[in-house]
Structures are given as C-alpha cells and as structure tokens.
Design a protein around this ligand. Structure first.
Ligand code: ATP
Ligand code: MG
Length: 184
C-alpha cells in the first residue's frame, strides 16, 4: 500500500494541535515538497506517529518545540539493493534521555525512573513503535541529549507501483494489543 505522508502528518497535527497549545508548545511540520508515497500501512504508521508525538508533548516543558520532518534520502541506483527511502523525524526540545536508558526505553513497560512525573503512561508506547517498524522492515533510532531534546527517526521505502519484487508489509496478526493514547 502507498501511504501519503503529508496526509498522515496532517491528521496527527489536527489531533494534537490543541493539546500542544494548551501546554504552551509549538507543534509543526517540515515536509519536503513532492514527497513520494511510501510503502507501509497507514493505520500502523498513524499509531507510530501518535506514540512519538505524544511522548514529545509529554516530555517537553512549556515553551518547547516539536517538529515532524520528512525528506527523501539520497540514493545511488548504481549500488545493488540500494532502494529509495524517505526519512521521518520527530524532534523535541524536551528533557532528553540519558545514554544508559536509550536502549531500554524500547522494552515493554520500561519508564525512566526518578522523573518528576505525575506523567501518565504504561511504558508500552515505544515497544509498539519498535514492533510496527519491524513489520515495515525498518528500525526506529534516536539521538538525545539530557536537557536539550530528543529526535526519533526511521526510514520507509518509497512505494513503487509497478515493482512486483518489492517486499510488502509483513503479516500483522502478531502485533501487541493496541493502547489508546490519551493526550492530556
Ligand atoms: P505509554 O506510551 O504507554 O503511555 P510511556 O510514554 O511512559 O507510556 P513509552 O512511550 O514506551 O512509555 O516511553 C518509555 C519511556 O521513554 C518514557 O517513560 C520516558 O521516560 C522515555 N521517553 C520516551 N520518549 C521520550 C521523549 N521524547 N523525551 C524524553 N523521554 C522520553
Ligand atoms: Mg509513550
């Protein structure tokens, strides 16, 4: 299936814009012009962005900024198996994640300790994100600095209509139970 990223991002912004405003946060997008469709499952990718933007809003204090970016990666058709990709990034100017926690945050039920929260959550969001990216033959990455902010990013293959050999999104039957994100 070909997924229209601008449409997906628009839907995310619509559902979180008020929430961001309430918290004194700026929420924006920087999408490259003429992005191609990407190979993926719309509802699952919506869930990925819901979790990542929800986290960015939760772990950023008033005055901060959250941006969703998407752009084509340079690729060389002369390199065997080199596929055209689009990179998607979700950046925040939030509290950041300590290097020693950066692997564990993708584990089920893991939440960073000793945080000034009252912040709700079960610690499932990122394990679901990781699982969904695996279904897309991709991986979720992050760059973070405590007190400065965090960027999560992942790559998706460009959708090519007449390419029968392209890998499709894997079977979805063994996904973990869905969690509803309550942006409050
Ligand atoms: P849930 O997503 O189930 O509501 P959660 O948000 O606590 O709960 P995850 O989304 O899996 O769980 O995130 C795990 C932990 O990683 C969070 O509790 C938080 O400590 C840390 N974390 C995730 N995203 C960010 C971020 N953007 N900035 C700082 N810390 C983050
Ligand atoms: Mg979360």
């Amino acid at each position: 299936h070909g997924v229209d990223l601008p449409q997906l991002v628009e839907q995310i912004l619509r559902s979180y814009q008020l929430n961001a405003k309430d918290k004194g946060l700026e929420l924006g997008q920087e999408l490259e012009d003429n992005l191609p469709l990407v190979l993926g499952h719309y509802d699952l990718l919506l869930q990925v962005l819901t979790n990542l933007v929800g986290n960015a809003l939760k772990f950023t204090v008033s005055g901060g900024r959250i941006v969703i970016r998407a752009y084509r990666l340079k690729y060389n058709p002369a390199i065997p198996c080199n596929k055209p990709l689009v990179r998607i990034e979700i950046s925040d100017t939030g509290i950041g994640i300590d290097p020693e926690d950066q692997e564990a945050i993708f584990d089920r039920f893991f939440r960073v300790e000793n945080r000034v929260h009252t912040l709700e959550g079960t610690g499932l969001g990122l394990s679901i994100v990781k699982n969904i990216m695996e279904k897309h033959n991709s991986r979720i990455h992050l760059i973070s600095e405590v007190g400065v902010g965090t960027t999560f990013w992942f790559d998706l293959a460009v959708y090519q209509e007449n390419c029968s050999s392209q890998e499709s999104v894997k079977e979805l039957k063994d996904l973990p139970p869905q969690v509803t994100i309550n942006p409050s």
